[in-house]
Design a protein around this ligand. Structure first.
Ligand SMILES: [Zn+2]
Length: 463
């Protein structure tokens, strides 16, 4: 009788260009990568080693670039149902226009919106997603379980940033009074979400962060107590910061200091924190982020859509600040794709002061992969292709009409048209094949998201 092999099931990928995004930016013009179980076992130039046992699949990846899976570091899934509204507004006017609609969401809407958001990202090479959810109307159901379930069903690695708002119009904030939670209620619900869902393990598929929404929708107490709660529970902290000139003015008027100084005064800077946007930062703000190792989620399309400005990404990187990329909510970035943000990050930053020296194509790829893993606190397990790391990786087809004459595959991915995903793996498990999701029905999702968007619009119109 044959002895059952103890070797894990192996998948061998060969004949691909590989960009590892490791510390040395190692690349192979033609190389191989071996997945064993849920880990990357080996990779290198040329063909895979002979004699590997338990190989269940061999992929001839000729004409492809293999990269780490993309990591999205800022999003609001529920906004999938409010795309294409208030399209010519700045941030504050846009928020005031949309809050009354957002305050009508329920569990069914949030589940479908999460499925739509995740589907759009996953078929474009995202293997780790995040959702900063901060709207919890009374009686809305278990929204955290709904979005976590959607990510699990689609096979995407996931961080839920459990958001909150407790500073409404009556306290000088921006949201209407009926759209916010109490400070105590928000903290208790956040702690409960961590206890119920957070998995701190190396190959965790679900993590929770504490994420009060922004200086203009959250009390100082909630920021301070939120930071203390995250540290007590050993989870990460997230919020929006320094997004617009209006926010900067708000902070000076209410707190007598700019956003970065305000965050520091509440304990909201640190190596366990990442912040979305960080557009309006002076040199001392950047130095504070560098000193405290606070991370940044750079969202170039959303910043452009809301006329927020251009984040100083080259200066942040030179100062040593960890920077990842974010789609941001799809009410301010209707495309909802991350692979096109690689290109937008490069192009938009070249419109800033550093011009052509702003970002290289390889730096843009690093922002979307390893940089994202850093700001989510997962750089030890994901974000680069290295032996021992989790097998989250993408095969981009770069030999079609759109890309075949572009001289270099990394430039084809970053500067060319959105590249098709032939295969995407999360935790060693394939979730996309030939740009189609293996665990979701896109046509059904298109119908479901449209129906729920219309239902939300109807309810909101009733007031
Ligand atoms: Zn946001």
């Amino acid at each position: 009788m044959a002895t059952p092999s103890a070797a894990p099931r192996r998948i061998v990928i060969e004949n691909a260009a590989i960009a590892t995004v490791d510390a040395h930016d190692t690349e192979y013009a033609t190389g191989h990568l071996v997945v064993a179980g849920n880990r990357i076992e080996s990779l290198g130039a040329g063909r895979a080693p002979e004699g590997l046992e338990n190989v269940v699949r061999r992929i001839d990846a000729t004409g492809h670039l293999v990269t780490p899976g993309l990591v999205n570091t800022h999003h609001h899934f529920y906004q999938w149902l409010t795309r294409g509204l208030a399209t010519d507004h700045n941030l504050f006017d846009w928020l005031v226009a949309l809050y009354p609609t957002w305050a009508r969401i329920d569990e069914s809407m949030v589940r479908v919106a999460a499925q739509g958001s995740l589907a759009m990202m996953a078929r474009g090479g995202v293997t780790t997603a995040m959702d900063h959810h901060y709207v919890y109307p009374k009686g809305c159901g278990d929204l955290s379980a709904a979005v976590i379930g959607a990510a699990r069903d689609m096979g995407v690695r996931f961080t839920l940033a459990r958001g909150s708002m407790d500073r409404s119009e009556k306290d000088g904030g921006l949201p209407p009074d009926f759209a916010v939670e109490t400070t105590e209620g928000a903290l208790a619900a956040t702690e409960e979400t961590v206890w119920t869902h957070h998995d701190a393990s190396f190959d965790s598929m679900t993590q929770i962060a504490v994420a009060p929404c922004s200086p203009f929708s959250v009390s100082t107490e909630l920021l301070r107590e939120g930071a203390a709660l995250a540290r007590r529970l050993g989870v990460r902290l997230h919020t929006h910061g320094s997004e617009t000139v209006e926010e900067e003015k708000f902070c000076h008027e209410l707190f007598g200091m700019g956003p970065t100084d305000y965050f520091e005064s509440t304990g909201f800077l640190g190596e366990d924190v990442w912040m979305a946007h960080c557009v309006h930062m002076n040199d001392s703000d950047i130095a504070a982020f560098a000193r405290t190792r606070t991370g940044v989620a750079h969202c170039p399309s959303s910043n452009a859509r809301l006329a927020a400005g251009i984040a100083r990404v080259p200066d942040l990187l030179r100062a040593g600040v960890p920077v990842g990329l974010g789609v941001d909510g799809t009410a301010s970035n209707e495309s909802g794709e991350l692979h096109t943000e690689l290109r937008n990050a490069l192009l938009i930053n070249r419109l800033g002061g550093h011009r052509e020296a702003a970002l290289t194509a390889r730096q843009a790829l690093r922002l979307g992969t390893f940089g994202g893993a850093q700001v989510l606190g997962r750089a030890d397990s994901i974000g680069s292709l290295e032996p021992g790391k989790l097998a989250d990786l993408v095969l981009w087809k770069v030999d079609g009409l759109a890309h075949s004459s572009i001289a270099d595959p990394v430039c084809a991915l970053v500067l060319g048209a959105a590249a098709p995903v032939t295969a995407s793996f999360v935790n060693g498990r394939q979730i996309v094949e030939n740009s189609r999701l293996l665990y979701a029905d896109e046509e059904q999702l298109a119908r479901d998201t449209r129906a729920e968007a219309r239902r939300l619009a109807r309810i909101a119109a009733q007031g």
